[in-house]
Ligand binder design. Sequence first.
Ligand SMILES: Cc1ncc(COP(=O)(O)O)c(C=O)c1O
Length: 401
Amino acid sequence: MATAVRQAPTIEEIRDMVPATKEVAYMNTGTCGPMPRVAYEAMKAEHEHELTASRIDSDHFPAIGRARNEVREVVAAAINAQPEDIAVTHRTTEGMYIAIMGYRWERGDELILSNIEHPGGLIPSFLTKRRFGTRVRVADVGLGGGDPADIVKAFEAKITSKTKMIVLSHISYTTGAKLPLKELTEMAHSHDVLVVVDAAQSFGSMQLDMQDLGVDFYAMPGQKWACGPEGTGSFYVKPSSMGEIDQNFAGGALPGSLDYYGGTYAPPPGAARFDTAGQSVTQTIGQKTATEWVTQTVGMDLVAERIDTLSDYAYDEMGKVEGLSIVTPREAKSGLIAFNVEGIDPPDLSARLAEEHKVIIRYVNRYINNPDAARVSLGFYNNEDDIDRFIAGIKAVQTTL
Ligand SMILES: Cc1ncc(COP(=O)(O)O)c(C=O)c1O
């Protein structure tokens, strides 16, 4: 029997399905992706449903459970995991707190961060110091480029007999560098160190395989590269690492085994124990629909290939602009390119590109060793015209400096 070949939509069809791409050069998916119409329609239908008495009909609670389980299925399929390995959260940061604050820290334990982390992973790491008396060490990986083996060595050099956890971003939100996660994880595991990953910039922007990467915890957003609504996220737990962390908040309304008078509670099996609950069903339906659209209808092969092609084009074109310096090391490239333009601060440049040229980018702030920079995001729905408009906008701004 012939196997059906998936027919991926063309870029023009994709852009038709994402109205925001017609309004502006949408180049800030690193903050929040443009929403596909299918997700909006699914959310609108759910809102309509909530206007009526059926908001609290007998299907109300089962519907919440179904919506969450659908998110688990779609996310698991996108990262080569099982639905029972996925918790449903409200954002990336929530997953980082679940992993970092859920670990049973003892005074003197150590945790290693890279020097290019986002506050989503940075702050809970430092909280373990305040709350449990841990020591936080920083592995300096520069901008995250160069030889991947040197990056692994920078982390390994910080490992001591007390190290319990490495916390790092798969793709740095400031420098845009993609870190060698598989090699880092192999090294960490050879020292019995857990790996907690901030996947804010990687989930939905690149091919992901949890079996291959081997990480222990992977915290994902719904609203960025997966183009879902705000207030949505998910969290992967490697099955063999499930017991390494405890719940801070047993919000999933899953009974587990509760002995009320005996005063004991044991969580149910699977990552659903880490669901923090309280999500809007509408948002959860939007998250599922958008994630499914990006990862299956468009497809991660097309997404990854488009981002790769567009970033090569952007590097080449940006390289021709006098006074523009690229921060992101090309050998570690991702969908994010950080850069500076001589004579104008990144916040002013971002504001002027938006107001005068309808080109939407952002700037990133300085944390520890991160450079100040403007940052352009390249999504699968962007095209070469968007990049040309972005370059033309920069050149027009330069003439006024
Ligand atoms: C690397 C990184 N981590 C965490 C976050 C925060 O994401 P969320 O709002 O999903 O918690 C961001 C958002 O910009 C990010 O880039």
